[in-house]
Design a protein around this ligand. Sequence first.
Ligand code: AKB
Length: 319
Amino acid sequence: MKNVLIIGATGQIGTELTMKLRNEYPNGQIVAGYIPGAEPKGILAESGPSEVVDITNPQQIADAVDKYKVDTIYNLAALLSATAEAKPQLAYKIGLGGLYNTLEVAREKNCAVFTPSSIGSFGKDTPKDNTPQDTIQRPDTIYGVTKVAGELLSDYYARRFGVDTRSVRFPGLISYVAPPGGGTTDYAVDIYYHAVKGETFKCPIAAGTFMDMMYMPDALRACIEIMEADPSRLVHRNSFNIAAMSFDPEIIYKKIQEHVPGFKMEYEFDPLRQAIADSWPNSLDDSCARNEWDWKPEFDLEAMTVDMLKNLRAKLDIK
Ligand code: AKB
């Protein structure tokens, strides 16, 4: 990996991944691809090249790949699960149409491709606890449909055309730099903002709803380690279960209260997000990722909470 195009570079993952890649590959061109209206700002804009790359426009992808001699594409463009339900046609166009455009450019120009899948690729019929790597994937959401189809399409391009496609199934990602938008797991980010601001948090997800979650530094390492993994060890490609922690709203609430004693949470149920969460696994088995490319998370709930609270207080200038 030397010259990299990140499509969706100003989103929750892209903002931090672009900066990490620029730090770790100082001799490469790390190109922040963005859509008009979501321009890179500050250090993201100043620290390297950026280009308008709308994933629904294959020519823009091809032009950026040619201009910077890109060898690896991180395809981070997607509508998250709840937003995707409100705009299913657009979710399909970006999630699957965009992936097709990316894979075609990669096939023609010999690029490796990373496209995240998600715990959203599973559905009600999937075993809920310790969900295996290879299991039933019959999601009810358009987000999940694009993720499962994307896994299959990416494996097809690897098998049929030799495109080096690799991927992980992300849990809910918790971070303080750029906000997520429109996901089912976003509550686990929002709760920290409310805690540091001294506000009561209204939780949209019911007590007892367990989902896998991960702190962003672990997710960023996964993005890079999977693309750097020795291909001869990979039995799977698209997509690996990865896991770090699993909790329900009560567990994260109590953990934050240990550090912010007066913090209060109430429930304000969101039927759409609850239905989506109910169809997703409680916890994933990530042993294939551990065996095939030595995946190992570093942050548990306690370590993440300490770091999130510290960084959010600094970001929001709250003592
Ligand atoms: C979402 O909630 O939609 C995402 C995901 C788990 O893929 N965070």
